[in-house]
Design a binder for this molecule. Structure first.
Ligand code: 4HQ
Length: 246
C-alpha cells in the first residue's frame, strides 16, 4: 500500500512513522509513506504558499496552485487516479469501519491543510473525501494524516505479527480489551487476578471475554448498545455484576 502525503511539514512524518511497527513495515516494503512538500511547487519567487482570504477576515488560506501542482506531480505518472483525502473537521469521523474500508485500497493521497484551510476550489477539483479524526480543532492536518496512515497500515497483511493482529478482533467486534498484567505478581499491595495464575486456558479466555463485556458496558455504553450478545455473553455479564468485588 502506498501513501502520498501533500504537506508543508514533511519532516514531521518520518519522526512518527519511522519507528516501531510502521517503521518496520516500511523497511519490509509492505507500505510506502512518501511525503511531497507543497512549498517545492510554489510558483512564487519567495516560495509563498498562502495568501489573504478574499472577502477579508482572519488568517491565511493555502493557495490552490502549489497544492494542485504537487498533486499533479503524483498523478501524472499513474494510469488510475488514486483516492484523495483531505483531513478536515468537516469530514466524516474516522472509525474502525472506515479504516478497514481504506485498508482495501492500494493507494491513498492525503492532503494536509494548515492556517485557516485551503482554497475551496482544490476541494472541488481534486478531493474525493474529507475525513476528520474527531470533533476538536488542531493546527494542521499532519497529525490526522499520521493517525490515518497508522490505523490503515495495520490492516495491510504482514504489517502486524500474528500476536499483534489478534488485538484487532475484539475492537472490530466493538468490544474493549480485557485487563492485562505482567510481572511482578504484586505491585503496591495489588495482586494479579488468581484466574490468570491458574493455567486453565479455557477459564482464562472466558474470564477475559467477561471482562471485555463488563468494561464495554461500564466505560463505553455507546459501543455496548450496538453489541449483539448471545446467551453465553448475557450469562457472563450477569455473573460479572453478581460477583462481589474484593
Ligand atoms: N484540522 N480532523 C484545520 C483539524 C482536523 C481534525 C485539519 C485543523 C485541517 C486546516 N483534521 N486544518 N480534527 O482539526 O482532521
Amino acid at each position: 500500500m502506498r501513501f502520498d502525503i501533500l504537506t508543508l511539514f514533511p519532516d514531521a512524518f518520518n519522526a512518527v512513522l519511522g519507528e516501531s511497527i510502521i517503521g518496520r513495515a516500511r523497511e519490509k516494503g509492505l507500505i510506502t509513506v512518501n511525503t511531497i512538500n507543497i512549498r517545492d511547487f510554489s510558483a512564487d519567487k519567495h516560495k509563498k504558499v498562502d495568501d489573504y482570504p478574499y472577502g477579508g477576515g482572519r488568517g491565511m488560506v493555502m493557495m490552490a496552485q502549489p497544492i494542485y501542482d504537487a498533486y499533479l506531480s503524483i498523478v501524472e505518472k499513474l494510469e488510475c487516479k488514486p483516492r484523495v483525502i483531505y483531513l478536515s473537521p468537516q469530514g466524516r469521523i474516522l472509525n474502525q469501519k472506515i479504516v478497514e474500508e481504506l485498508g482495501r485500497l492500494d493507494h491513498l493521497v492525503l492532503l494536509c491543510g494548515h492556517y485557516e484551510g485551503i482554497d475551496e476550489r482544490i476541494i472541488e477539483e481534486i478531493v474525493d473525501e474529507e475525513i476528520s479524526i474527531g470533533d476538536y480543532v488542531l493546527t494542521g492536518g499532519e497529525l490526522p494524516a499520521m493517525v490515518l496512515v497508522d490505523s490503515v497500515s495495520r490492516q495491510v497483511p504482514g504489517v502486524l505479527s500474528s500476536e499483534e493482529s489478534y488485538m484487532d478482533e475484539s475492537h472490530s467486534a466493538g468490544l474493549l480489551e480485557y485487563p492485562q498484567y505482567t510481572r511482578p505478581y504484586e505491585f503496591k499491595n495489588r495482586t494479579v487476578p488468581e484466574i490468570l495464575m491458574s493455567g486453565h486456558h479455557a477459564n482464562i479466555n472466558s474470564w477475559r471475554h467477561q471482562q471485555s463485556l463488563k468494561r464495554t458496558y461500564i466505560k463505553r455504553p455507546d459501543l455496548f448498545e450496538k453489541l449483539k450478545l448471545d446467551k453465553e455473553d448475557k450469562a457472563l455479564l450477569k455473573e460479572a455484576f453478581e460477583n462481589i468485588e474484593p
